[in-house]
Design a protein around this ligand. Sequence first.
Ligand code: UDP
Length: 239
Amino acid sequence: MRVNVLGVGFDNVTMAEAVEEAVRLLEGPEARYVVTPNPEIVEVCREDDAARRAVNGAALVLPDGVGVIKGAAILGTPLRERVPGVEFGARLMEKMAERGKSLYLLGAKPGVAEQAAERLEARYPGLRIAGTHDGYFQEDGPVAEEIRQSGADAVFVCLGAPKQELWMARNAQATGAKLLCGLGGSLNIFAGTAERAPKFWCDHGLEWFYRLCKEPWRLGRMMKLPLFLIHVKREKRKK
Ligand code: UDP
């Protein structure tokens, strides 16, 4: 059963369980997708039915941020642990490499996915990069078809939220891949054009603050975090 946080149902799984389930889905009969919402995306889903349907339609809904963990705890339905998308993606690639699976990288500015592909193939010997495409295209059809032709087993869809969730809900089947993962800004991290917060900040639930210091233009978006906590507390009172 999923843990409901303001209308988004999160799977109460550990990182290890999430990766295990993703590997299982890779062998499945049809395309499924994974989403990793943070409080900002939960707030978007409160106001956007299509985004909420796309997020809840995922085979795995993983709690990306410490805010979601806090929210679930306040609501009296704690989640076991944070499953950050970028780390989930990295662990999944390890497993895919062991199994000789292929991965398509979709998203980010032109050149980033190619750079990520080079680094990932070097980092995970055995992993095959089936193809890449930047995230600034007009029509879904040709991109989904290109992925299908590449024969990729999995796709990392990094178009930002809720664009990537809507894209996966619409196009997962057409890509012919078995597993699609919506991973936001992860391609920039895999390419080395952006850095993840150092371990200390992640371990102390301060990754968001590190990111804010590095990318102050995020402040507007991050104001959704206090709003999220206000909405969680209101929901708790209603309960
Ligand atoms: N992006 C894209 N196509 C778009 C809009 C955004 O490929 O139409 C990319 C953007 O270049 C960035 C990623 O999506 O690489 C979103 O990153 P962000 O850090 O905002 O996502 P988060 O990790 O916070 O969800």
